[in-house]
Write a protein that binds this ligand. Structure first.
Ligand code: ADP
Ligand code: MG
Length: 221
C-alpha cells in the first residue's frame, strides 16, 4: 500500500499541494489528473523522494521506479547499455552477464528485442517510451511512477502504452501511478483517478463506475 498523508508543498510561497491525502491500493493503476501546473509531477517527485514535502508523510515500503516525462535515456549508449548501466555499476562480471540476460528478456517482453544494440536517437517516440519502461523494470519495482507517459505520442502509440502498462500491472503485479493531463488516456488505463486542482484533490473516481468519466473529470478543470 502506498499512503500519502496530508502532504503540503509550496514553491516561492505558492501552495502547490495543500494537505493532499490519498491511499493507493496495491496492484492498482492509479491516475493523477489535473491542469498543467497543478502539482502532478511534484506529487510523484515527493513519492520518489526526489523532492521533500513541507509537511505530511508518505508511507511506502516498496521499491519505487520513476519513468520520466522526457525518457532521460543516455544518448551515447545503446538500448541494452541504457538498461544495464545503473544495475551493473557495482557488480561483478558474472552479475553483469545476468543483467544483460534480464535486460534482453524485458526487451523481448516489451516487443523491442531487436532494438537492443541501437542508439536511442534512432528510435521513434513510442519505442523510446518502451525502452524507458524497460529500464525502469530492471530494478523489479513494486511501484512504478509514470510522468506524462503519452506526451508527444500519436494515438496508436498511446494505445500501445495503455496495453503495455496494463501488461506490466497484470503480469508483474506492479502498482502504477500515472500523472497525465490526457483524460482519455487516463480513463482507459486507470482503475481510479484523482484530479488535483488548486492544491487539493477535487474529485476521485473510478472510470468503470462512470458513464462518461472524461466528462465527469472535465467538470472539475
Ligand atoms: P504539473 O505536473 O501538474 O504540470 P508541476 O508539479 O510540475 O505541475 O508544477 C506545479 C507548480 O509548481 C508549477 O507552477 C511549477 O512551476 C512549480 N514548480 C515545480 N517544481 C518547482 C521547482 N523546483 N521550483 C519552483 N517551482 C516549481
Ligand atoms: Mg507534470
Amino acid at each position: 500500500m502506498l499512503k500519502i498523508c496530508n502532504i503540503s508543498k509550496s514553491f516561492n510561497k505558492v501552495n502547490i499541494l495543500d494537505n493532499v491525502s490519498v491511499t493507493i491500493a496495491e496492484g492498482s493503476i492509479f491516475g493523477l489528473a489535473g491542469p498543467s501546473g497543478s502539482g502532478k509531477s511534484t506529487l510523484l517527485r515527493c513519492i520518489q523522494r526526489l523532492e521533500s514535502s513541507d509537511s505530511g508523510e508518505i508511507c511506502c515500503n516498496h521499491k519505487v521506479a520513476f519513468m520520466f516525462q522526457d525518457f532521460q535515456l543516455f544518448p551515447h549508449m545503446t538500448v541494452l547499455q541504457n538498461l544495464i548501466y545503473a544495475p551493473a555499476l557495482k557488480s561483478t562480471a558474472e552479475e553483469k552477464q545476468l543483467f544483460i540476460y534480464k535486460a534482453r528478456e524485458i526487451l523481448r517482453d516489451l516487443g523491442i528485442e531487436e532494438k537492443a544494440s541501437v542508439y536511442p536517437g534512432t528510435l521513434s517516440g513510442g519505442q523510446k517510451q518502451r525502452v524507458a519502461l524497460a529500464r525502469s523494470l530492471m530494478i523489479d519495482p513494486d511501484v512504478l511512477l509514470c510522468d506524462e507517459p503519452t506526451s508527444g505520442l500519436d494515438m496508436v502509440s498511446i494505445m500501445d502504452v495503455v496495453a503495455l502498462l496494463q501488461k506490466v500491472n497484470e503480469q508483474l503485479g506492479v502498482t502504477i501511478v500515472i500523472a497525465s493531463h490526457d483524460l482519455v488516456f487516463l480513463t482507459k488505463v486507470a482503475d481510479r483517478i484523482a484530479l488535483i486542482k488548486s492544491g487539493k484533490i477535487a474529485v476521485d473516481l473510478k472510470p468503470s463506475q462512470c458513464t462518461d468519466p472524461v466528462k465527469d473529470l472535465k467538470e472539475y478543470y
